[in-house]
Structures are given as structure tokens and as C-alpha cells.
Design a protein around this ligand. Sequence first.
Ligand code: ARG
Ligand code: ZN
Ligand code: CA
Length: 254
Amino acid sequence: RQSLVDIPVVVHVVHNTPEQNVSAAQIHSQIEVLNQDFRANNPDVNKVPGVWQELVADARLQFHLARTDPLGRPTDGITRTETSVTEWGTDDLVKFSLSGGHDAWPADTYLNIWVCRLRRGLLGYAQFPGGAASTDGVVVTPTAFGTTGTAAAPFDGGRTTVHEVGHWLNLRHIWGDDQEGCSGSDFVADTPNQAGPNLGSPDFPHVTCGNGPNGDMFMNYMDYTDDAAMFMFTKGQSARMDATLDNARLTLTR
Ligand code: ARG
Ligand code: ZN
Ligand code: CA
């Protein structure tokens, strides 16, 4: 696929406090980051080490808040739900009105993003392609959503949502999910084999698993570094996302 794919997004804000009821401006700031990062138009892309600059991918994906709801009525692409639930886990309860959240919009037409207070330490989580439509999408905590309002350093760059949308398009963690071992894989050929997740803002190069001299690609969105320390997808990752959009998520491209 050469053409751009433009994905309609619905943001379900599920709030227990006024603070959690994130503003439209905060939501728009998140959409803007998605549009920069999935087109390699992010202002920090020039921080990619020279040795990897040719691997930087324009994933040719755009995002816009939905303009029509599932019944064909005009919408701003945002739902707002007040809830008595004070925090949420990875059990998908936020995805159902019956449990104090909000039901998904049809997953073959919309990317569903729930913004709700997640339990301590959890910034976000995603459902990979192939799961139930009723739970499809990504969930992000308000303090790691967008770049303004309640977004808080070091996760105020909108990159949690970028990372989760990467999972939603079938990207694995760059270290292959085997913690500190060297046998896990992300099934992407152009990302270096790397031992475990990197946190914070590492110094380049950080060598593990014999991947010298360049070491771990810790500035990749699919690592666990701080928002200001991650700024690229690779061409191999982009090809993997393309394959998802040609198969499991084909309906979103039309
Ligand atoms: N699912 C991951 C977590 O909750 C998201 C990590 C996102 N990283 C980031 N720099 N924003 O830990
Ligand atoms: Zn992840
Ligand atoms: Ca790899």
C-alpha cells in the first residue's frame, strides 16, 4: 500500500473526578501526536542516531476524530461518561456501560480509545488484532494522554497512545517480551535483538544480546522509555502494520 489510510477515532472519556474528564483540547493534542508520529513528522525525529536514520518509517497513517456516530448522526468523536468506579485494570470493564464504562463503537469502523484512570503504574494497554469487537481498541490513563491538560511528565508527549496503537496494529514490544533473555522476538527484521525493556532516557549506545556497536533501539515507540526519549517506528514495523491493515483491520481502510 502506498496510499494514506485515515482512521476514524472515537475517544470515550470515563471519569470519576472532574480532572479525569479530560478537555477537548487535551484530546486534540493526542490526535496531533498520532498524526505526527505515524507519518515520521514528529519534531524530534532528527534525534534518531545517524546509523538508524534510513530505517525511520513514515507509516502512512492518519487519524481524525469521528464525524459521524454509529447511527450516522454528527458527532465530535468524543463520548463522556461519569462513573462511580475510581480506577480500572486490564480486565476491560471500562469497555462496557454495564460495568460503569462505555460500550465500544463498531470496531470495524472506528479505533476506540478509552481514557480512564488506570491503576497505579499502568499507563495504558491495547487489544491486538483478532480479538472480540466489544473489547477492541486501546485504553490510556489521563495523565499519559495528550500533551496538555492533565498530561504529566515524563509521559506528557502522547507516546503512550502511539505505543498502544502500535500494539493494536500488531506490533510487539521491541525486546520480544522475554524480559532479560535474548531469545524473544518482535518478529520484525530491522529492529536489533535486545534483552529487556529500557526505562527513562538511556545513553546511546546501550549494548545487550551482542547487538553492538549500535545496541538497543531504545528510541523506538515499542520500548518503555520516557515519552521524550522515543521517536521512531522502523520500516519493518511499518510493513507489519501494513499487513495488519491489509488483513485483520482491512475494514478500517475503506
Ligand atoms: N503499556 C505500557 C505501560 O503501561 C505503556 C508504555 C508507554 N511508554 C511511554 N513512554 N509512554 O507501561
Ligand atoms: Zn506495550
Ligand atoms: Ca527484532
